[in-house]
Design a protein around this ligand. Structure first.
Ligand code: ADP
Length: 398
């Protein structure tokens, strides 16, 4: 084989392994067209499933005359059907001559074998020239390379699905471990102190009894909060958490939440920077839950850091930011923090379930708003919430 030919075939075969499947097909057909003339081509596919027998166009490309036909690959449907059912190469020439080249398609269909599907690659030359025997090996090569690229696509999709499934399984394992631990810890306290109080061989003085009962009371609250979060998160996940939309003045709600949190966490220092805010349609209790959760996270993950809450009306939205000056969230974990059960690994010292931010996001979305996080390691974390002011027609559960 001449050097030039060898180089051509090497370059052609290299196209199949480069980049994402569509760009690999583009590159391969551009290279193929240097040796095999065609105007348009389309790849059709039929899944090997009962009831699915209409070929679907999974790739189409127009390179020559009749370019505008790229989106509409119906010109090849008929031959694709015949090639798929016979499993054989087929050539169809125009029945009658015409002045209009587009009305004179010369079609070549080649079968493609996919692992769980059948397919056809169809080339068209508008107005000729006809396909001669010496043209066919290049077309067959194009079909073989195309099938390899599509196989790679399927493999890539399967790997992505597998990765997702593996990640979910990992999350579930982590979740079961975390939840078992989180349920166990308060139950252990409750059981221990209740058993101590019930001991018939010991008499506890009133102060000790009160201390033990306070612990039991607090740990029970903790358990109830944990179970509520689990229930909320699963209701939000399935869209079953009803929202009660009323006119809400956000600055008042924020002040109430800050006051509640400050009495619970005396070390928390919050500075409020709020302009004049219009009332919005919102669920007071659920939005309060979002703000409380963000402050609670600041207490847990940015201990000792002051928190600044800003709220301002901008265009048709209210923009709220909650900023702390804690250690921040490592950048590689940022895309996942709003996912259900996601926790940044290695936080053994803090109780948590990875449900808080998931719940925040679902509640904000139920208000047709958005929540995002910005962070720089060592510089702190800012959660930004945008809530639309005009909620006409959105007073019901979305
Ligand atoms: P949980 O607090 O139960 O772990 P969240 O969904 O509330 O779950 O938070 C998810 C993760 O995001 C936390 O595990 C934590 O690592 C990180 N995170 C949340 N808020 C902050 C913050 N203010 N500073 C640093 N990390 C944070």
């Amino acid at each position: 084989m001449a050097n030039e030919q060898l180089e051509y075939f090497t370059a052609l075969s290299n196209t199949i392994s480069k980049g994402e499947w569509k760009s690999a097909l583009d590159a391969m057909f551009v290279a193929l067209r240097k040796r095999f003339v065609f105007d348009n081509l389309a790849i059709y596919r039929v899944d090997n499933e009962p009831g699915r027998n209409l070929p679907e166009v999974i790739y189409a490309r127009a390179v020559g005359r009749g370019k505008s036909r790229e989106a509409d690959a119906s010109w090849g449907e008929n031959i694709a059907n015949q090639v798929i059912s016979s499993g054989r190469m087929m050539i169809l020439s125009p029945e009658k001559p015409s002045e209009d080249r587009i009305a004179m398609p010369y079609l070549l269909g080649l079968p493609l074998d996919f692992p769980v599907a059948k397919g056809a690659l169809v080339f068209v030359r508008f107005g000729g020239p006809p396909y001669l025997d010496e043209h066919l090996p290049m077309a067959v090569l194009g079909a073989a390379l195309g099938a390899r690229i599509l196989e790679r696509r399927q493999l890539q999709e399967q790997i992505a699905l597998f990765e997702q499934a593996r990640y979910r399984a990992q999350l579930q394992d982590d979740f079961i471990a975390t939840i078992s631990h989180d349920l166990h810890t308060p139950l252990g306290f409750i059981k221990g102190y209740a058993t101590s109080l019930l001991r018939s061989d010991t008499v506890w003085d009133a102060a000790t009894q009160r201390e033990f009962l306070t612990i039991i009371d607090e740990e029970t609250d903790h358990l109830i909060a944990l179970i509520d979060r689990l229930l909320d998160s699963s209701r939000l996940q399935t869209g079953m958490l009803a929202m009660d939309f009323q006119p809400v003045v956000l600055d008042k709600l924020i002040r109430d939440v800050v006051q509640r949190m400050s009495s619970r966490c005396p070390d928390l220092s919050v500075s409020l920077k709020m302009g004049k805010l219009p009332a919005i349609q919102a669920d007071n209790v659920r939005l309060g839950q979002v703000f409380e959760n963000l402050l609670d996270n600041a207490v847990k993950y940015a201990p000792g850091s002051p928190v600044t809450i800003r709220a301002e009306a901008r265009d048709q939205a209210i923009v709220l930011t909650f900023s702390d000056r804690g250690p921040g969230i490592p950048v590689e974990h940022l895309p996942y923090v709003f996912e259900r059960f996601y926790r940044v690994p290695g936080q053994t010292s803090q109780r948590g379930t990875g449900l808080g931010l998931f719940i925040c996001k679902q509640i904000v979305q139920a208000h047709h708003g958005q929540i995002a996080v910005e962070t720089a390691p060592g510089k702190g974390t800012t959660f930004r919430i945008e809530l639309p002011v005009s909620q006409e027609g959105k007073g019901k559960q979305p």
